[in-house]
Design a protein around this ligand. Structure first.
Ligand code: ATP
Ligand code: MG
Length: 148
């Protein structure tokens, strides 16, 4: 997962710089998962792009690699606007955008997370959202480990 995250960081850093934001990375531990590198890169590029889009300037995005018995885990955590509890279930629907996102006219289509969910499920993985309005959001992606 290290290579994948490094690539996702490279692809998103121009937008990060524009907003004077920074990455904090805790990816020293590497884990090998079962998956297609390009699709995994697409998952994390999407999540990081959301964290940039839905955060104010000067904030930090933290990336972590973890693992448990069955999964390699990546957390993408931001200090952005957060998502209301009652919206969390809907953000993975196609074309769904929280009102604030629509009204700020950030130009998205609402497909990003639907694609992420599809790609995670194609890998037999899981995605969890932990978010608090006004504080930030943590997206946790779990992809099955490659067995030795
Ligand atoms: P795009 O298709 O360009 O990705 P989008 O970003 O609006 O458009 P999604 O990525 O599917 O669409 O996200 C759906 C909605 O979930 C967003 O419009 C936004 O309201 C909310 N959202 C997603 N990620 C975050 C986040 N990190 N912080 C706050 N809100 C978020
Ligand atoms: Mg998006």
């Amino acid at each position: 997962l290290q290579d994948v995250l490094i690539r996702a960081v490279e692809l998103t850093s121009p937008r990060l710089d524009e907003k004077n934001m920074e990455f904090k990375v805790d990816i020293a531990r590497d884990v090998t998962v079962m998956g297609d590198a390009n699709r995994l890169i697409q998952i994390f590029t999407n999540l990081i792009t959301n964290s940039i889009t839905y955060s104010p300037e000067d904030k930090t995005i933290t990336l972590r690699i973890k693992q448990n018995e069955d999964y390699g885990i990546v957390e993408v955590e931001d200090q952005g606007m957060g998502i209301e509890k009652n919206e969390i279930a809907r953000i993975f629907e196609r074309f769904y955008r929280v009102d604030k996102a629509r009204s700020r006219n950030s130009g998205g289509t609402g497909l990003g997370l639907a694609i992420v969910k599809h790609l995670v499920e194609a890998h037999h993985g899981k995605i969890q959202v932990d978010s608090e309005v006004g504080k930030g959001t943590c997206m946790k992606v779990m992809i099955p480990l490659k067995k030795k």
